[in-house]
Design a protein around this ligand. Structure first.
Ligand code: C2E
Ligand code: CA
Ligand code: CA
Ligand code: CA
Length: 278
């Protein structure tokens, strides 16, 4: 019999079992991971389409699991949300990212810092004070911070959540709607939410070169954003062709592997210098 590799198990049952095993292990290890600070934050550049200047950095969390190696956020954020650990994790990310960013602010580029937040943190009622504390301790001015929320906030009927977002906005923070176009998009909500920036999901960017209908949709979202007074960021830009197509649509901001992969804070000064001599 052929030896089945780790990722090549023979029966569906076994596949499910090993997936559950990993999930269960990650869930069980999360509290220790927080105590021992097994997390790290990497930063991906957001650039202007016209001149490719770096305008912002998005903070993305990673878990360096002692046995399983680097675990991506898509695997553990949901687990952290399920057992209430998302709030302490998010507090840690906010503090780490603002502290890292404060170190970069010494030169006077007008960079923004994007931090992803969970709707659970909003529901817990302490997002605005946690953001305020991280800003105060790091000295990062509020207008430099972009809070990225997903459309799942729209599923929450409570207006309180939206008023908390409005509080953050009143503090001067920028609010962006992440993964726009994936999931539960609703134009009615879009007009109502206190949102400054639309981040268009990378699913839509992937085939704009080959799919005219997809491209028309992207162009329409860019126009919609402009009409509503929002900036639009196209996510997941991987090819020069996609970048050109987006430029033709007068999209102004892009993010993706073409411009830069997420990287350690230590690598940013050299990257910024090489990519974008100020
Ligand atoms: P997101 O906010 O949509 O972040 C963008 C994701 O797309 C990142 O995945 C990034 O590495 C990936 N990406 C960027 N450019 C490209 C590209 O050109 N091609 C492709 N294929 N992918 C690209 P990542 O880092 O694995 O993060 C996944 C998601 O986890 C994020 O999606 C975000 O929703 C969530 N997340 C990350 N960090 C945090 C955090 O600190 N707190 C919370 N609540 N969620 C986080
Ligand atoms: Ca994001
Ligand atoms: Ca996104
Ligand atoms: Ca996302």
């Amino acid at each position: 019999a052929k030896a089945a590799g780790k990722n090549c198990v023979r029966t569906a049952g076994h596949t499910i079992d090993s997936a559950m095993g990993r999930r269960a292990q990650l869930a069980a290890d999360l509290p220790t991971a927080l105590e021992e600070e097994q997390f790290r934050v990497v930063y991906q550049p957001v650039a202007g389409v016209e001149d490719r200047r770096i305008l912002g950095l998005e903070a993305l969390v990673r878990w360096d699991h002692p046995v399983l190696g680097t675990v991506p956020p898509d695997e553990f954020i949901e687990l952290a949300e399920a057992d209430g650990l998302i709030v302490p994790l998010q507090q840690w990310v906010l503090r780490k990212a603002t502290a890292d960013f404060a170190g970069l602010l010494v030169d006077d580029r007008d960079l923004k810092l994007g931090v992803n937040v969970s709707v659970r943190h909003l529901q817990a009622g302490c997002l605005a004070p946690d953001v305020a504390a991280a800003l105060a301790d790091s000295g990062v001015p509020p207008h430099r911070l972009m809070i990225e929320v997903t459309e799942s906030i729209m599923l929450d009927a409570e207006d309180r959540l939206q008023s908390d977002l409005a509080t953050l906005r009143d503090m001067g923070c920028i609010i962006s709607l992440d993964d726009f176009g994936r999931g539960y998009s609703s134009l009615a909500y879009l007009a109502r939410l206190p949102v400054d920036v639309l981040k268009m999901d990378r699913e839509f960017i992937g085939d704009i070169e080959s799919d005219p209908r997809g491209a028309a949709l992207v162009a329409a979202v860019i126009d919609l954003g402009r009409t509503l007074g929002m900036d639009v960021v196209a996510e997941g830009v991987e090819t020069a062709g996609q970048l050109h197509a987006l430029r033709d649509m007068e999209c102004r901001y892009v993010q993706g592997w073409l411009l830069g992969r997420p990287m350690a804070i230590e690598d940013l000064p050299a990257f910024l210098e090489a990519f974008d001599p100020a």
